[in-house]
Write a protein that binds this ligand. Sequence first.
Ligand SMILES: Nc1ncnc2c1ncn2[C@@H]1O[C@H](COP(=O)(O)OP(=O)(O)OP(=O)(O)O)[C@@H](O)[C@H]1O
Ligand SMILES: [Mg+2]
Length: 204
Amino acid sequence: MSAKFITLEGGEGVGKTTQIAAVCEFLEQRGIACVATREPGGTPVGEQIRGVLLGNHVIAPETELLLLFAARAQHLQEVIRPALAKGHWVVCDRFTDASFAYQGGGRGVAEGMIEALQAQVQAGLQPALTLLLDAPVEIGLARAKRRGPADRFEQETVAFFQRVRAAYLARAERWPGRMRVIDASGTPEQVKAGVISELERFCP
Ligand SMILES: Nc1ncnc2c1ncn2[C@@H]1O[C@H](COP(=O)(O)OP(=O)(O)OP(=O)(O)O)[C@@H](O)[C@H]1O
Ligand SMILES: [Mg+2]
């Protein structure tokens, strides 16, 4: 099978960063080389942009979107495309579905602007599989809160995160083949079982 690009998506605290290890472990057990990475970030300049995005700045929604795509352009060029070209699978903690959910659904940026950036920056590259970890907003926020101080996104209102969640679920309904919804409200082991069962369907 050719190298695949897999993304993990979902709102704050649903367990993306926790479950990425399970995805790589599953692939490596099948002898598949796996590069785990994240957005925003994944490159030195992308991590600097992440710092700006998560810091306590006032950032206009369109600026936020452009910064995310600036980091994404660098990430694609420096990490994602070269890894796929070498035959390594890439597993990314958040990608463009997050821009549609957060900047589109959450902040109300026009979908057309996000689609235009997606077309230019990704030039047709899409994840082959997106695991959408889904849980009620309050559950994810409580987990994120236990983890440590809130970043710029985590300080948003519950209503904001409800819009983010609804936007993610609407995308999953629109692309049921690529996007698989996993119940992330249970224990880490239960969520991992959901992740593994989708991976088994994807690469039996
Ligand atoms: N299923 C779970 N049940 C309870 N706690 C969990 C579960 N999964 C992860 N956690 C814990 O909740 C916190 C958030 O998890 P994690 O960082 O993996 O979420 P995330 O989706 O990456 O969040 P963010 O969107 O903020 O990056 C962590 O402290 C983690 O240890
Ligand atoms: Mg995370």
